[in-house]
Design a protein around this ligand. Structure first.
Ligand code: ACO
Length: 337
């Protein structure tokens, strides 16, 4: 059976750096609060006057990944696009990305699993490769959060954590007897906790998509989050789902060279490290620079971890893990060929 091998990675963030001090200008917050509670120092936002969508950021990341793999768009036989912020309600952002790449028949699939979009995406890519349905897959995570955030004090708990950005991986089915590539994936959803993080409007469940008389600045047009509830769930479920993947792959925590968690909050990942008694260098953080880029966060961290030579040598094992809106959570074990 073929193994799903990551050939290359790419990333892109828009040019505008928004520091915590910039946020202080339009909401009651402080650099100190944001750094202490989340670890975030800055994030990138698209130009707020323009029309940049998730597929535009994805295009740049995809080109970087494909150049690095030596692939052209015509080589792709499947595109998976993970995002919670598609360019428009429908069609999916993957359709726009494929068109921007000059393609007119390559299949695309959008994944709407928020912070675990990359985990669901890589598990899907692995299944397509192992079943023989695809050989060369582009998997992209991309988010434009900044155009949909409540930038007043009302939205400060959510707005300070999110950043815009994209990252992509080229995944290829390779015949090898080595134990390599995607070793195992463990995915979960608990929709009973869906209300802990939502953007509710517009919604198909309402006539004309809106409840009657709703004002245009209604809070339900923006992300609403029960941060403490998600925080507690994350510190409980992340170690559990890591153990689930380790057991499935029959390897120990000591065999993992680097844990690359979703970058939602530095404190969540530090708590994870403490719970697992991990040495500092075994867990990767870049939330300081980018904030929470949701579906882009794990592949963006993977791209930087490889660039910094923290992971990527033949035989090394990375563990991707995350929890987010849905609630959804999961982990994927990956061994470099
Ligand atoms: N600046 C200043 N004060 C703030 C801010 C802010 N930006 N945001 C909230 N506060 C205030 C609150 O109003 C509250 O004040 P009070 O005590 O007077 O009522 C106080 O700070 C504490 O608020 P908490 O919400 O309890 O703060 P907490 O320490 O939990 O941090 C945070 C909030 C950062 C959101 C945290 O709960 C968190 O990271 N949760 C997990 C988020 C997550 O993982 N989400 C899933 C991924 S995202 C996705 O899936 C799309």
């Amino acid at each position: 059976m073929k193994k799903s091998i990551i050939r290359s990675t790419g990333m892109f963030v828009p040019p505008n750096v928004i520091t915590n001090h910039d946020l202080e200008k339009f909401m009651d917050t402080s650099d100190e609060w944001i750094k202490q509670r989340t670890g975030i120092e800055q994030r990138y936002w698209i130009d707020q006057e323009g029309t940049t969508g998730a597929s535009d950021l994805a295009y740049e990341a995809a080109i970087m990944a494909m150049d690095s793999a030596g692939w052209t768009a015509q080589d792709l036989d499947f595109i998976i696009f993970a995002t919670l912020s598609p360019d428009i309600m429908f069609p999916g952002a993957g359709c726009f990305l494929a068109a921007k790449l000059g393609l007119d028949s390559t299949p695309t699939l959008d994944i709407r699993q928020q912070c675990t979009g990359f985990l669901y995406g890589i598990a899907t890519a692995d299944a397509y490769i192992k079943s023989g349905l695809a050989k060369k897959i582009l998997l992209v995570g991309s988010e434009v959060h900044s155009s949909g955030l409540d930038k007043s004090t009302r939205g400060r708990d959510v707005t300070v954590i999110f950043g815009d950005g994209a990252a992509a991986v080229c995944i290829e089915g390779v015949k090898t007897d080595e134990k390599a590539g995607v070793l195992t994936s463990s995915l979960h959803t608990d929709g009973n906790l869906a209300e802990a993080l939502t953007v509710e409007l517009p919604a198909s469940k309402f006539p004309d998509r809106f409840p009657p008389g709703v004002p245009v600045d209604d809070i339900r047009f923006y992300p609403i989050m029960n941060g403490p509830a998600i925080f507690k769930k994350a510190v409980r479920m992340l170690p559990q789902v890591i153990n689930e993947s380790l057991e499935k792959a029959q390897i120990g925590l000591e065999d993992i060279d680097l844990i690359i968690p979703h970058q939602a909050n530095m404190r969540i990942n530090q708590a994870l490290g403490q719970f697992l008694k991990l040495e500092e260098h075994k867990i990767f953080h870049n939330i300081q620079k980018y904030g929470n880029t949701t579906a882009a966060s794990i592949p963006l961290a993977l791209h930087e971890a490889i660039a910094q030579e923290r992971i990527g040598k033949s035989g090394e094992i990375a563990l991707f893990v995350g929890l987010g809106a849905g609630l959804t959570w999961g982990s994927v074990l990956y061994k470099f060929l």
